[in-house]
Design a protein around this ligand. Structure first.
Ligand SMILES: Cc1ncc(COP(=O)(O)O)c(C=O)c1O
Length: 458
């Protein structure tokens, strides 16, 4: 049975079963075998909480797709949409628009030094496409190096740059992408025994890849500042400075993908700020306006912007700098400033999420490593701490993925909705989550982890 929602004409499902059935009849979902999914209908949301049509409440420990930095239905963002909708809903990108100008000005005011201009897109993948295009045209070179484990989006170029299984279904992709292994001290591809050694060995590997590809052919090195979905891989000390140096020595553009980790997620405005390194291009999306209206973009150096002073930039989008999306970005950044949201995220990491997750690891042998910063953390789950055998194999599905599915099931049953990816449970709540809510969600995860411990072998 469905009833008519009083505020609009979209029928609201009264139960999970109804909502899921209706959805499955008409909607085709991302990345999924359509008959094997049961999308949960969301009936309501507020701050760090959402609830389903059956009334079950969940703490949103994934910020939806790690985009909801200011939480659900933030009153200032909702009002900004209403105000802008009354004023001007849409305008072609060739006109100037005050919401777009102010969004760009505010973003630049918080960006790493030297990033002076913004090109707006509708999301992350388009930001990556344009950053690659800019780097290629600016340098006159064609190759782009991108890391295994990186995810950069689902358009052709962004997916070709992606270094994990989501790329496989779209191969062969666009030419000119060269892959390398980035740092991952806990599971080092270089047999490193310390983070410092990992930095040294990865930089040596990169130097060799550049040499074999021909430095004069390499336009850019693309990387997630902190690899997000594939493990919250925080770069070891000295790594980003070393990468900056390598790029400078060879005239290679450094492209930081901060689609997931920008705008306070890691406890700084941009993740690169932790290491005081400024890239030549920085891609953002998600947290720029919490995804209330789709928005992404590329921040570029003055030198790159100047490349297109007297020759046209060969790229554009009908909705580049959409006023509704930009108005939410403006209000979001002002809210960050007024409420010290970046400071809140940093303190949440230092005082609650980090320490509490480390205590949880002491109680659960299946937690091999805890890593993260700010409001983004991963538990790398293992079957054995000495061998570090992952709780489930790489890219596990079906029966092989059962331990992680059981663990997620236990989390949801308790009332918390974290991210699960391969053998990791990841925690990414809204940056405005209260310490009490964070502790409540962590207690639920603590309890659920007994499921993972069952698979532990001495
Ligand atoms: C690091 C990173 N880059 C790019 C993207 C693609 O962004 P979008 O889905 O908005 O195109 C994502 C999406 O999750 C991401 O995590």
């Amino acid at each position: 049975m469905t009833t008519t929602n009083t505020t609009n004409t979209i029928p609201a499902s009264t139960t999970n079963a109804e909502g899921t059935a209706a959805d499955r009849k008409y909607v085709f979902h991302s990345w999924s075998a359509q008959a094997q999914i049961s999308p949960v209908p969301i009936a309501g949301v507020k701050g760090s909480v959402f609830w389903d049509a059956d009334g079950k409440r969940y703490l949103d420990f994934c910020s939806q797709l790690v985009n909801l930095n200011l939480g659900h239905q933030h009153p200032r963002l909702v009002q900004a949409i209403k105000n802008q909708a009354e004023k001007l809903c849409t305008v072609a990108p060739s006109f100037a628009n005050d919401a777009r100008t102010e969004a760009a000005r505010l973003i630049i005011s918080h960006a790493p030094k030297g990033l002076e201009r913004v090109f707006f897109t509708n999301g992350g993948a388009e930001a990556i496409e344009n950053a690659i295009r800019m780097a290629r045209l600016h340098t006159g070179r064609h190759k782009v190096m991108a890391a295994y484990r990186g995810y950069h989006g689902a358009t052709a170029g962004a997916l070709a740059a992606t270094g994990e299984p989501r790329r496989w279904g779209s191969e062969p992709g666009v030419p000119g992408l060269v892959r390398y292994f980035g740092p991952y001290p806990y599971r080092s591809s270089f047999h490193s025994t310390s983070p410092e050694q990992e930095t040294e060995r990865v930089l040596q590997h990169l130097e060799e890849v550049v040499m074999f590809e021909g430095p004069k052919n390499v336009a850019a090195i693309l990387f997630e500042t902190v690899t997000g979905t594939n493990g919250v891989l925080v770069p070891p000390p000295g790594y980003l400075a070393g990468l900056r140096d390598l790029c400078d020595r060879h005239g290679i553009m450094m492209i930081a993908d901060e689609v997931m980790v920008g705008f306070g997620r890691m406890g700084e405005w941009f993740a690169v700020d932790h290491w005081n390194v400024a890239p030549d291009l920085l891609c953002f999306a998600k947290g720029v306006n919490s995804g209330y209206i789709p928005l992404g973009g590329v921040l570029m150096s003055g030198a790159i912007a100047d490349s297109f002073k007297d020759r046209p930039y060969p790229g554009g989008l009908t909705y580049s700098g959409h006023p509704l999306a930009c108005a939410v970005a403006v209000e979001s950044i002002r809210t960050f400033e007024d409420d010290d949201v970046v400071g809140q995220a940093r303190r949440m990491g230092e005082e609650v999420l980090g320490p509490e997750l480390r205590k949880i690891a002491e109680r659960h042998p299946s937690v091999g490593e805890v890593r993260g910063l700010g409001c983004f953390w991963a538990l790398d789950l293992v079957r054995n701490r000495t061998t570090r055998e992952p709780l489930v194999p790489f890219n596990a599905s079906g029966a092989a993925a059962a331990p992680m599915n059981e663990l997620m099931g236990a989390c949801k049953a308790a009332g918390v909705w974290p991210m699960a990816h391969f053998n990791r449970l990841q925690v990414a709540p809204p940056l405005i989550i209260t310490p009490a809510e964070a502790r409540q969600g962590l207690a639920m995860i603590d309890q659920a982890l007994s499921v993972a411990d069952k698979y532990y072998t001495e």
